[in-house]
Design a protein around this ligand. Structure first.
Ligand code: ES4
Ligand code: ZN
Length: 319
């Protein structure tokens, strides 16, 4: 039996496997610029975040209807459940869909068709986190929050993703303040390719409760001390870091040093269809390549539940 775990860093659009991409392309009469699934898989050779994002946004063209988003989420939840995931906090990128003429309602209600019955169907509880694309404008993020207002019963929190460098967290101060006033939880990608200062800014300016990635905190001893002291969860994605060349090989990943420094680390899959594995695969990979002890693995699994929005969220609802 795989270790029970929560997945806290997962882009639902990044779970689009080549087979489903072609199935949806046929269903929706969308032409993909790849001959077949093998040709598409050959394109999964990235030299950094941007080269991945180009393909990630391109393939989204096949997602058009509520049923498409439902099928995408159900496929992910089935795979996650098989790898021991009991709880999943799932990112989605509404701006990438709205820009293609797919309405917020289609995306949220489509995903909800799968998420709303996930505990019964897959044994996985879920939360939905709406991400803003940081390479789009602050105004666009505010418009996106506005468009999400009719759906806030489905949405637990907000996040910040896409191309990091040159788009510091402070750019999104206003939308994070507005989201906080609406009772939304806050997270942000920071310190994946961007500098440690972006992590500090996400905490101080955006008021985030967790940092997605946060890898580059290791360049700043003062920041490591703060993150460890305040038990700020970091949602690490080891296989993603290798595929996007943030680390050279898995054996070079700083996860053991981060745990030794007292950081509250979790292990997640990011975009599993593109990066070579789901949550359990990431756990297995770090166990093998980094020689983590059973105690360390159990610590990572326990952290994933402690860092989740599960319990305090339910408390909030019942108040
Ligand atoms: C992402 Cl790995 C990663 N980083 C930033 N934004 C993203 N969106 C989807 N995957
Ligand atoms: Zn991510």
């Amino acid at each position: 039996m795989p270790l029970p775990k929560a997945e806290l860093h997962l882009h639902i659009e990044g779970t689009l496997e080549p087979e489903l991409a072609f199935e949806l392309a046929a269903r929706n009469d969308v032409e993909l610029p790849y001959a077949d699934t093998d040709a598409l898989r050959k394109a999964y050779d990235f030299d950094g975040l941007q080269s991945f994002l180009n393909l990630y946004y391109e393939l989204m063209a096949v997602l058009r209807t509520e049923r498409d988003f439902e099928d995408l989420a159900n496929a992910y939840l089935a795979r996650a459940a098989a790898q021991g995931v009991r709880h999943a906090e799932i990112f989605f990128d509404p701006q990438a869909h709205i820009a293609r003429g797919v309405a917020m309602a289609t995306v949220v209600e489509g995903l909800w068709r799968a998420l709303g019955s996930s505990e019964a169907n897959h044994g996985v509880s879920t939360r939905l986190i709406m991400c803003f694309l940081r390479d789009e404008s602050a105004e666009s993020a505010l418009e996106t929050l506005e468009a999400a207002k009719p759906h806030l019963d489905r949405i637990t929190g907000i996040g910040l993703d896409s191309a990091e460098v040159g788009h510091p967290p402070a750019k999104f101060r206003e939308v994070y303040e507005a989201a906080a006033a609406l009772g939304l939880r806050r997270v942000a990608h920071a310190g994946e390719e961007g500098p440690p200062e972006y992590i500090t800014e996400a905490l101080d300016v955006l008021g985030v409760e967790r940092i997605d990635h946060g890898l580059r905190c290791m360049e700043s001893p003062e920041l490591v001390e703060r993150l460890a002291r305040d038990r700020i969860p970091l949602t690490l994605c080891p296989l993603s870091n290798v595929r996007l060349r943030t680390v050279d090989t898995l054996a070079d990943h700083p996860l053991p040093a981060m745990l030794d420094a007292g950081l509250m680390c979790t292990v997640n899959s990011d975009d599993p269809a593109y990066f070579g594995g789901y949550a359990g695969d990431n756990f297995e990979a770090v166990q093998k390549s980094l020689g983590l002890s059973e105690d360390r693995l159990r610590e990572l699994a326990r952290n994933s539940f402690l860092a989740s929005f599960l319990e305090d969220d339910e408390e909030r609802r019942s108040r």
